[in-house]
Design a protein around this ligand. Sequence first.
Ligand code: ADP
Ligand code: MG
Length: 235
Amino acid sequence: GFEDGPATGGRRLKAAKQAKKAKPGSFETMGLGPMTMKGVKRKGYRLPTPIQRRAIPLVMAGQDLVGMARTGSGKTAAFVIPLIERLKEHSPKAGARAVILAPTRELALQTHKVVAELGRYTSLRTAVLVGGDSMEAQFAELTTNPDIIVATPGRLLHHLEEVEGLSLKTTQVCILDEADRLFELGLFEQVRQLLAGMGEGRQTLLFSATLPGALAEFARVGLKDPALVRLDTET
Ligand code: ADP
Ligand code: MG
């Protein structure tokens, strides 16, 4: 209207231009907050990959999900971006709100790095608990009250045994990354134990390159009415 100063009008014009420029299915149309978007840009991601385009809105909506797509299709950011968006900022309440389980030390460290990079403009705190590092250094990380724990199942169970008062009851989101490998490596009994210690109301996400029968069966009973997002898979 005529009451708008030139600056406001200019900003409106710019916002209108950006919305017009945003391609359907781009990160800009997903309703991500500015700090998440900044992290995405900084990581150099311009357009979501197909698995990200389909999975991010579902994860943001709180839906349980099985995400299947071949190696290299961008599954990590498909759960890390909406996770950061949901958790927003550090919570002073005790206990982690998200747990990401990975089959190996290397994969957990890699995923932790992606969480740190994409979340760098938020106050979210993370801890990585993997075998081969000293328990003491990890105890220190846990005292910072991380919002997100990235771990291998065995080491996380070990911490739950050792650390007085540590529990997964506060976990609202649990992600099983590279679930086919978790299964192949015989880690699913540990995964089951960890899930049993989490709240019933949690959101559970399972990402995998393949979905062998036993894993599909697990998803059927272990997840709540999961959406299946399946794209150019390996088998
Ligand atoms: P997956 O877990 O499906 O095997 P990753 O999550 O490891 O795949 O991603 C594979 C590579 O693609 C990584 O180097 C990652 O940084 C990159 N990548 C992921 N999403 C995007 C994107 N939207 N744009 C560009 N590169 C991306
Ligand atoms: Mg992966």
